[in-house]
Design a protein around this ligand. Structure first.
Ligand code: DP6
Length: 380
C-alpha cells in the first residue's frame, strides 16, 4: 500500500473572487488575492492511500463521514486529472508501480469545527490535491496543481501557497492560465496577523457557488466591479511588496464592501452581513478614525464572520475594541496571549449601536497570522 498525508491552510481573500465565466472549469470573472493563514492554528489534513487489493471504486471520508465520489463531480474531476498526470509518469518510466490503476481511500479532517463558520472547502480541496500529488510523486509545481484544485473549488487554488497569493483569472478557454501564484512569501511580512470573529456558526443560507452565479446573471453593478478589480490587484500587490499597511487595509475594506454591494444588487438580493457584522465594521472604522491611521482592516466572505487583518503590534488595539463591544460567549483562541488595550482617546462609542454589547453576539475569537503552504506530514 502507498500512502501520503498532507495538511493545507485556510486562505482569506482581500480581493474577492465572485463570479464564474465558465462554471464547469471554474474560471472566474476576475482575479483575486488572498492571505494564507497559519496552519499551526487552522488546517485541513488529508491522508490518501492507493492499493491494488482495495475493492473497486474510490472512497472518501470527510471528518469521519463517508461522502460519495461522483465521477463527474468536482472531486471526481480532481482525482481523474491527478490520475492522468500519474499515468503520464508511469508511461515514461515503466518501472513505476501502476498506482494510477489502483482504487483510492482518502480521509480528510479539519482541525477547526466546520461549524466555526470558516470556509473549509479551500483548505480541504487543497489538502486533497496536495496529498494525491505526493502519493503519486508528481513533478508538477504548486501553480500547476492549482489548476486542478481550482476545479474542486475556486478559492482552493490559492491554498496551495503560503504568504500572499494571487489567482490570475487567465484568458485561455481551456483554463490553462487560470492559476495561483505567490505574490510574496510568508516571511516577507510576518507581522501580518488576523483576528477571526466568529459571529455565527450556522451553515450559510446561500452557498458561494449558487450566490455568485445569481450575481453574474442579475447584477449590473458586477460589470462595474469587474472594471475596478484589475487596478485593485495592482495596487494591493504593490502595497504588499512595500509592506504598506495603510494601502493594504484601505483596499481590503473597499473590496469587501464592493463584494457585499454586488450581493445586494443581485436578484433576489443576497445578505451575508448581519447587524453584528455591520457593528464590527462601524467599530473598526471608528478605531481607524480615532487612531488617525488605518490600524485594522475588516473583510467578510459569504457569511457574517469578520476577519480583521492588523499588524501584530496593533492587535492589542483591535482586541480592545472587539472585546469591549462584543464580549464573547465561548472560549477564544489566542496562542500569542495578547492583552487587549484601552480604546484610543476620542473613540466615539456611540458608533456601535445594533448587534454589539450583548454578550455572545460574537461567539469566539481566533487570533492567527500569515502562514505557509501545504506541508507533507508523517502519519497523523
Ligand atoms: C466569498 O471558492 O467557495 O469566499 O468556486 O463555487 O467553490 P466555488 O466558490 P468558493 O467561493 C469563495 C468566495 C469568497 C471569496 C474568495 O474566497 O475569494
Amino acid at each position: 500500500m502507498y500512502e501520503a498525508t498532507v495538511s493545507a491552510p485556510v486562505n482569506i481573500a482581500c480581493i474577492k473572487y465572485w463570479g464564474k465565466r465558465n462554471t464547469k472549469l471554474i474560471l472566474p470573472t476576475n482575479s483575486s488575492l488572498s492571505v494564507t493563514l497559519d496552519q499551526d492554528h487552522l488546517r485541513s489534513t488529508t491522508t490518501s492511500r492507493a492499493d491494488e487489493s482495495f475493492e473497486k471504486g474510490d472512497r472518501l471520508w470527510l471528518n469521519g463521514k463517508e461522502e460519495t465520489v461522483k465521477e463527474d463531480g468536482r472531486l471526481g474531476v480532481c482525482i481523474k486529472e491527478l490520475r492522468n498526470w500519474r499515468k503520464v509518469e508511469e508511461d515514461k518510466d515503466g518501472s513505476l508501480p501502476k498506482l494510477s490503476k489502483w482504487p483510492l481511500r482518502i480521509a480528510s479532517y479539519n482541525n477547526f469545527p466546520t461549524a466555526a463558520g470558516l470556509a473549509s472547502s479551500a483548505s480541504g480541496l487543497a489538502a486533497l490535491v496536495a496529498s494525491l500529488s505526493k502519493l503519486y510523486s508528481l513533478p508538477q509545481t504548486p501553480s500547476q496543481l492549482s489548476l486542478i484544485a481550482r476545479q474542486g473549488s475556486g478559492s482552493a487554488c490559492r491554498s496551495l501557497f503560503g504568504g500572499f497569493v494571487a489567482w490570475r483569472e487567465g484568458s485561455n478557454e481551456d483554463g490553462s492560465d487560470s492559476l495561483a501564484e505567490e505574490v510574496a512569501p510568508q516571511g516577507h511580512w510576518p507581522e501580518m496577523h488576523a483576528l477571526i470573529c466568529v459571529v455565527s456558526d450556522a451553515k450559510k443560507g446561500t452557498s458561494s457557488t449558487s450566490g455568485m452565479q445569481r450575481t453574474v446573471e442579475t447584477s449590473t453593478l458586477l460589470q462595474h466591479r469587474l472594471k475596478i478589480v484589475p487596478g485593485r490587484m495592482e495596487e494591493i500587490s504593490k502595497a504588499i511588496k512595500d509592506r504598506d499597511f495603510q494601502k493594504f487595509g484601505e483596499i481590503t475594506m473597499k473590496d469587501s464592501n464592493s463584494f457585499h454591494s454586488v450581493c445586494l444588487d443581485t436578484s433576489p438580493p443576497i445578505f451575508y452581513l448581519n447587524d453584528v457584522s455591520k457593528s464590527i465594521i462601524a467599530s473598526i472604522e471608528e478605531l481607524n478614525r480615532s487612531s488617525g491611521e488605518i490600524v485594522a482592516a475588516y473583510t467578510f466572505d459569504a457569511g457574517p464572520n469578520a476577519v480583521i487583518y492588523a499588524l501584530e503590534k496593533n492587535i492589542p488595539k483591535v482586541l480592545g475594541v472587539i472585546t469591549k463591544f462584543f464580549p464573547t460567549s465561548e472560549e477564544n483562541s489566542d496562542p500569542f496571549g495578547t492583552a487587549a488595550e484601552a480604546l484610543p482617546e476620542g473613540y466615539n462609542t456611540n458608533v456601535v449601536r445594533e448587534g454589539g454589547w450583548e454578550k455572545g453576539a460574537v461567539k469566539s475569537l481566533i487570533h492567527t497570522r500569515v502562514g505557509d503552504g501545504p506541508r507533507t506530514l508523517g502519519r497523523e
